[in-house]
Design a protein around this ligand. Structure first.
Ligand SMILES: Cc1cc2nc3c(=O)[nH]c(=O)nc-3n(C[C@H](O)[C@H](O)[C@H](O)COP(=O)(O)O)c2cc1C
Ligand SMILES: [Mn+2]
Length: 476
């Protein structure tokens, strides 16, 4: 079973998708090697050992899910090398998993590998682990990049897993950067409004599925249920002693502590998924009370950055593409053939939708909604709608359609005042409102005269087959 991080590493190795790196420095080398690795289309996961200043066995793993084959492994799906193939399988599976969520409450157990070692009180030291500094202008070392922050709703008792970057400020304190209304932030605010400290558990090493599910917008508190449904068996959790929060029993490293209402600390800057450094801010401070770790622990890192050097974003884009297509179809747009948050923008800044045009205005309607739905509405800039002969995951195909089927005067509309976030590099630092504009581009053949549109020079399957059969040796 696809159970813990070590099982995942074994399976990745079996696929020839794991590389061991020995002797790297936590200070910029792990980050730089990982970024360079991500430039390769079929990049393997990287396991760093013998890290400078650290004993052998205290490891870091990066690049765990930036290709279709590794993401198929994480999601317990048949291994594929194709973006479109994986997207289509995910679209089929997602509703099945969602139907089963109720069957997969996490299973509470009393012990597990995570309890092999404990650091309490004075022994607590976040830098006992080779926490990387990823980018040269980062404000410090980031322990939480491929992690999940576990919190609890004080009113309902439901727990949530969310990926919100965590900087280790010193050996005993850390900061979490959360956008408003993230589930973790809602929990924090609820505790603080009651004048109470918010209990926090930060799992920084675990099966990549735990991280990936923490990094996508799921219904509140359902991350463990999704993990269970995806694996076909419940996730085993231990109710942690200090905070009472459920931590994965087979996690590698978990730090737990308290976020007090009145304590904040300067955090960042950090090289972000937008491809720019996020700004320095004051974030709530977490005082770490205890750290648990397995023997020979493995920290899961996922350094963001300029595409394609952005670990962690591929899964998110893929998942959101599947979700967005579902949202579009549920809102009544017919014949949506594909949705793709482009890798080249790390996701939402250029979204492609392909449709089979059914009526005049169909493309415009799809474009407008795509620019504003839940999954795409908070970050975004360009939406392009293409006909169904275009593969939305193939940026060259999309650009060809834009270049040949869209007339800028007739086919581009601008929407002003759409919601954005503080990470949007194009929103001025002193902006009173976090809004931006969106361009929606209809790159379909004009509906009214699509039958007269020039015929595209496509290869015909029958001819291709014959030619391939005849010229086998050419290997084309
Ligand atoms: C690699 C990665 C890093 C992320 N970092 C942050 C972050 O620092 N702050 C944040 O608010 N969201 C961040 N996100 C997005 C959240 O993880 C995402 O919105 C998720 O839905 C949050 O969980 P929640 O819905 O349970 O609140 C990140 C996503 C990824 C893929
Ligand atoms: Mn959530």
């Amino acid at each position: 079973m696809n159970d813990d991080l070590r099982d995942y590493l074994e399976k990745a190795e079996g696929l020839g998708k794991l590389k061991l790196v020995t002797g790297a420095d936590w200070d910029l080398e792990i980050g730089t090697i990982s970024a360079l690795n991500l430039k390769n289309k079929d990049c393997p996961a990287l396991l760093f050992d013998n890290i400078k200043d650290y004993p052998k066995g205290f490891r870091v793993v990066t690049c765990t899910g930036s290709t279709p084959s590794l993401v198929s492994l994480i999601l317990n799906l048949p291994v594929t090398d194709s973006d479109l193939g994986l997207l289509n399988t995910l679209r089929e599976k997602l509703p099945l998993w969602e139907n089963d969520l109720d069957k997969f409450d996490p299973e509470i157990v009393s012990t597990g590998p995570i309890l092999e070692n404990t650091l309490s009180g004075d022994e607590v030291d976040l830098f006992k682990f080779p926490v990387p500094k990823y980018h040269s202008l980062d404000g410090g070392r980031y322990i939480g990049t491929g992690h999940a922050v576990i919190t609890k709703d004080p009113d309902t008792g439901d727990s949530n897993l969310g990926t919100y970057r965590v900087q280790a400020f010193d050996s005993k304190s850390a900061g979490w950067f959360m956008m408003p209304n993230q589930h973790g932030d809602i929990h924090r605010v609820k505790y603080h409004e009651k004048g109470k400290p918010c209990p926090v558990a930060i799992s920084v090493g675990h099966h990549p599925l735990i991280f990936r599910l923490g990094s996508v917008e799921l219904p509140a508190g359902k991350e463990y249920h999704y993990a269970g449904a995806i694996r076909g068996e419940p996730v085993k959790v231990i109710m942690e002693e200090v905070t009472g929060l459920p931590i994965p029993a087979d996690a590698e490293i978990v730090a737990v502590g308290w976020c007090h209402p009145d304590k904040r600390h300067e955090e960042g800057p950090f090289g972000e998924w937008t491809g720019y450094y996020g700004r320095k801010t004051e974030t709530p401070l977490i005082e770490i009370e205890r750290v648990y770790f397995r023997n020979d622990p493995i920290l899961l890192g996922a350094s963001p950055g300029k595409p394609p050097m952005c670990d962690g974003i591929y899964f998110r884009s893929l998942f959101r593409s599947a979700k967005l297509q579902d949202e579009l179809m549920k809102s009544g747009i017919p014949d949506v053939k594909g949705v793709w948050l482009t890798k080249e923008t790390n996701g939402p800044y250029l979204i492609v939708v392909s449709i089979k045009q059914r009526f005049a205005g169909h493309a415009k309607q799809a474009a407008l909604l795509t620019s504003q739905l839940r999954t795409s509405g908070r970050q975004g800039r360009f939406v392009v709608v293409v006909d169904d002969d275009i593969d939305p995951t193939d940026i060259a195909d999309v650009l060809w359609a834009m270049g040949t089927r869209a007339d800028p005067e007739e086919d581009i509309d601008i929407i002003r005042g759409a919601p954005s976030t503080q990470l949007d590099p194009r929103v001025p630092r002193d902006a009173k409102a976090l809004v931006n504009s969106r361009a929606i581009i209809d790159a379909c053949r004009p509906f009214e005269w699509k039958e007269d549109f020039p015929i595209s020079v496509d290869l015909e399957d029958e001819i291709v087959e014959k030619v391939r059969a005849k010229w086998k040796d050419l290997d084309i």
